[in-house]
Design a protein around this ligand. Sequence first.
Ligand code: XMP
Length: 529
Amino acid sequence: MQEINTQILIIDLGSQYTEIIRRSLRYLGFRSTIISPEELLEAPDVGRLEASRRPTSGAGANLKSIILSGGSASVYDGDAPKIPKEILDLGIPILGICYGMQWLAYVNNPDSVHKVKEGKSYGPVEVTLSKSKLFENLSEKNNGKINAWSSHGDSVKKVPADFSIIATSKDGVVIEGMECQAKNIYAVQFHPEVEQTEDENIILNNFASKICNCILDYDKKNIIEEIRTNTKKILGNGTAIIGVSGGVDSTTLAAILAPALGEQLKAFVIDTGGMRKDEVERVREIAKKAGVNLEVIDRYKNKFVESVGKSIDAEEKRAHFRAVYGEVFQEVAKSYGATHMIQGTLATDLIESGGAGKSALIKTHHNVDLKLGLKEIIPLSDFFKFEVRELAREFGLEELLTNRQPFPGPGLYLRIVGVKVTEELLEIVREADYEVTQILKKHNVYKDISQTIVALLGVNTVGVKGDGRVYGYSLVVRTVETIDFMTVKGFYLEKVICEEITSALVKHPKIVRVFFDWTTKPPATTEFE
Ligand code: XMP
C-alpha cells in the first residue's frame, strides 16, 4: 500500500474526474493522495489509515479527511468497487461525490438507492442548495441555486435515517446532496470538482478547510524542488534519457530536471526529417536558454523518409514512423548506458488513455518497458496543462506558450497526402508552411489561430505556367481555432491574406492550385491524416 502522508485521502472509485478532484484541491492549496479501494482492502482493518491519522513530527501531515470519488459502477453491480466499511468508524469527515454518495446511502440503508432505469443523467443540472457547512458562501448566492454537472446512473431515492437532504434538483424531486452532521459525513451527487459546476471550488474548499480543518500545505513554489528530489530518488545512480520535442511538456520537464540531475540526464532531440523549417535549431536554442543542453540526433533522417515513404496509408505511415522512432530511442539509450526513460506525459493524457488513477507525486511504472528495457519515470503525471504552462514561465519558456502552434510528432509526414513521401515533397510543404506562417504573422492573425496546417495533395491537376500547360500538385491551407482539439472550427482568413498566400505558394513550379479548408471537426479532423 502506498504511503499516505497527506491530510486528504481520495478513494478512487473509477471516475474519470478523480485526478480533477486532486487538481482542484491543489489549486486550493491542499495536497491529497489517491488510493484505489483494492489498495485499501489490502489492509482490511484499515490499520494503515489509523496510523496515518497519528500526527507525525516534522513536515508529515496526519490524515484528516476522506473523499470518495465518483465512478461508473452501480452500487448493485457484482463488481462494484468494494470500499471497506471501516472508514466510517475512523471518526474523520467524509465527502462522497456521485457514486461516493450512492455508496454512503446504500451502506447505511441498502434500500435507499434507485438503480439506473432510464439511462444515465449526464449534463448540466440546476441544483437548489439548503443551509449546510458544505455550501457556506455558496447557498447565499443566486437564491441558493447553482448550475452543476451531473454524470450518474444510480441515484439516491431516500436518505438514511440520521441524514438530512441539503441539495435537490427538478423541483425537489431528485436528491442532490445529503449530510449527517453527527458523523461529519457529507455527499453530493453532482461533481463539484469540474469546471462546468459553477461553484468556483467553494464546496471542496469548505470541506477541506471548514469541515476538516486542513491546513494549507501545497505551495507551487516547492513543486519544482519536489519533482527534482523525487526523480533523483527513483533514479538512484542510474542514467536517464529524455527526448525533447520542443513542445511545452518535455521542454519544461527537461528544464526542471537538468540542473538537479546533471550528467545523469541525457536530453536529446530527434531530427526526424519531418520538422518545420529551422525547428531543430530553434528547439535547441530555446532549451539552452532554459538551461538544457540538447544533443541533436539527426543521423536517422533518411531512414525515417525511406520508411514512411513506403506507404500512402495514414496508419501505416504512423506505424513506420513509430518503428523508426523506437529504434532511434533504443540506440540512443544504449549509447548512453541509460537505465531510465523520463517522459513528459501529463494527467490529461493518462486520463484520455485510461491510465490515470494512482497518485504518487511521481509515478514510476515499475513494469519494465520491454522494448527499450528501461524503467519509465513520469514526473508530470499528476499535472494538467495549465499547471505545466505556469512552470514553463518559471524557466523563461514563454516563447513555447505564445509563439508556437502545436505540431504533431510525425510532423510533415502527415501533411503529404495521397502520394508517397519524398525528401522533395517534404521540402515543398516545409517551405510552404514557413511562408504561410510568415504571412499570417505579418497580418497579425497567427496568434489567434490554434493551429495552421499546410498539406500537399498528391493529385495531379492541370495548370498553366509560363506558356504551357503543366500538371502539378495542390496545397491546402487549413487554419482552425479550438480550446482542446476535441472539436475545432475554421478560422476564416480575409480575402487579402488568402490572395497573398495563394500567390506565394503557386510560385513553386510543382504547385498549381491552393485550397483553403475551414471544415469543422467533426466531421473533419484537424490534420488530414
Ligand atoms: P486531429 O487530427 O486528431 O488532431 O483532430 C488533434 C491534434 O492532435 C495532433 N495530432 C497528432 N499529434 N501525433 C501527434 O503527436 C499524431 O499522430 C497526431 N495526429 C494528430 C494534431 O496536430 C492536432 O493538434
